[in-house]
Design a protein around this ligand. Structure first.
Ligand SMILES: Cc1cc2nc3c(=O)[nH]c(=O)nc-3n(C[C@H](O)[C@H](O)[C@H](O)COP(=O)(O)OP(=O)(O)OC[C@H]3O[C@@H](n4cnc5c(N)ncnc54)[C@H](O)[C@@H]3O)c2cc1C
Ligand code: HEM
Length: 406
């Protein structure tokens, strides 16, 4: 809770901070990276270039200010969980909050000038630290649950034991801990952060990859789609590096499993809806259920450009044999005769029509794919009466879906 005097000041200054949000974030990152160039290794340079992450951090502070002063009905628990899991997977420390807070508040002062009186500065400082404390507490708990001692690094060396080409643009890596220790289990839907040292002195970059294999196996599997640049936009840094430079025997630095979204929620019918590389959490879910709950009714709806782009398609017969109540519907933008010959799946042409998704009223749903795809599918399922709290989703980038309650 904000103090009453701060709440009044924040309410009065929120429109100005919102209006100058972009300039404030721009200044903030410039100041912070000038003072702490080592933090460049932590942040995603692709997101910096496109502005995606810049909007995320400052946007969250402004939205939280709105929440504290009563203007928004968005439930904050899931948002805080998402950020905390992402932060924990990056090994963010409480000390770093002091650095971010100092530079963020200084940037507000630089942009808004004389409007930032000591009372205004104190009120926004309070907002920042209320949010920071929520996140620091959640992150401390996550580190403990991951078995890390106080101050212990999240990074552990893993050796690439196998590299498998799934499609022309998708490869899987099987990895085992270099120290020969236990392979942590995980909930289907969770991801690991992968830190790589880019060639040519380009420094470290970190990305998240969903664990796509069976929890409890003697190795982890991640599956990476190569992001190709078009129209002058560069190729994806880390996915290209993993595809081109990383081979069997190489070492990668990986975080423990994090991620608040389960792909196997509930115990009744389960609906997994994915598009493209968004299939990875669903694969972990299917492998997990085949090993632990083979009778559970599961529907997999997967959309892809074509059968040739569909990773793990060859695994479907084995999974159908292991999961007698699995039903699969595939939607390919381009359907070939060979696609229609497969015995275990129904294949439709074009984009997924949410009205045609087989869903029972008591199903738990997990979505993963591009944001526009998930918005369309979730909107359709909500219209068909699936309650909002039973539709979980994973975004492979910063951000969340719009909330109908906003
Ligand atoms: C929870 C989670 C789970 C994920 N799971 C998976 C998974 O299982 N498999 C998977 O393949 N991916 C997954 N991802 C996505 C993955 O983390 C990376 O985002 C993805 O591999 C792209 O990273 P990159 O370094 O190759 O691309 P980046 O270098 O980060 O580039 C990202 C985008 O920005 C564009 N860009 C970069 N620089 C510029 C510039 N200067 N101007 C304009 N545009 C630019 C690039 O062209 C590209 O489109 C997941 C992400 C999250 C958050
Ligand atoms: C109150 C303070 C903070 C807020 C509100 C905040 C908010 C956010 C948000 C909303 C995201 C995007 C999450 C997602 O949807 O994926 C994010 C990611 C991230 N945050 Fe924070 N954050 C805070 C503090 C910090 C601190 C102290 C650091 C460390 C210096 C940090 C480093 C990062 C990094 C590296 C990412 C991933 C960025 C990327 O991939 O480019 N954040 N944060």
């Amino acid at each position: 809770m904000l103090t009453e005097s701060s709440a009044a000041v924040v309410t009065a200054t929120l429109p100005a901070v919102q209006a100058h949000g972009e300039a404030i974030t721009h200044r903030f990152y410039r100041r912070m990276f000038d003072a702490h160039p080592e933090l460049l290794d932590l942040f995603n340079r692709g997101n910096q270039a496109t502005g995606a992450q810049q909007a995320a951090l400052a946007g969250a502070v402004v939205a939280y200010a709105g929440h504290l002063t009563g203007g928004s009905k968005v439930p904050w628990g899931p948002i805080l969980d998402r950020i905390a899991h992402k932060h924990a997977s990056l090994g963010i420390t409480a000390t770093q909050y002091t650095i971010v807070g100092r530079h963020l508040l200084a940037a507000v002062g630089e942009v808004l000038g004389d409007a930032v009186t000591p009372a205004v500065a104190a009120a926004w400082d309070e907002v920042y630290w209320l949010l920071a404390c929520e996140l620091i507490a959640r992150e401390a708990r996550l580190y403990t649950l991951a078995g890390l001692a106080e101050g212990e690094s999240v990074w552990r060396d893993w050796r690439v034991a196998d590299k498998v080409r799934e499609t022309p643009d998708v490869v899987s890596f099987a990895v085992v801990p270099v120290d020969g220790g236990a392979v942590p289990t995980f909930t289907p839907g969770q991801y690991t952060s992968v830190a790589v040292d880019l060639d040519g002195g380009r420094g470290q970059q970190i990305r998240q990859y969903s664990l796509s294999g069976r929890p409890g196996a003697d190795h982890w599997r991640i599956t990476v789609k190569r992001v190709r640049g078009t129209d002058g936009v560069p190729d994806g840094m880390v996915s290209t590096f993993l595809h081109q430079q990383v081979t069997v025997g190489d070492t990668l630095r990986l975080s423990p499993p994090f991620g608040e979204v389960s792909a196997v929620a509930g115990s009744g019918p389960l609906l997994l809806v994915s598009a493209g590389i968004g299939l990875t959490p669903a694969m972990a879910a299917l492998e997990h259920l085949a090993a632990t709950e083979p009778q559970r009714p599961v529907t997999l709806v997967h959309a892809d450009r074509a059968g040739t782009a569909h990773a793990f398609r060859g695994e479907l017969p084995r999974l159908h044999a292991a999961l007698p109540n699995l039903r699969t519907t595939l939607w390919y933008e381009e359907v070939s005769d060979a696609d229609l010959a497969g015995p275990t799946a129904e294949v439709a042409g074009g984009l997924v029509d949410p009205e045609l998704i087989p869903v029972s009223p008591d199903a738990h749903v997990h979505l993963c794919g591009p944001l526009p795809f998930m918005n369309v599918v979730r909107g359709g399922l909500l219209r068909r009466g699936v309650p909002v709290e039973r539709i979980a989703y994973e975004v492979f980038g910063p951000g969340m879906l719009r909330d109908e309650r906003a």
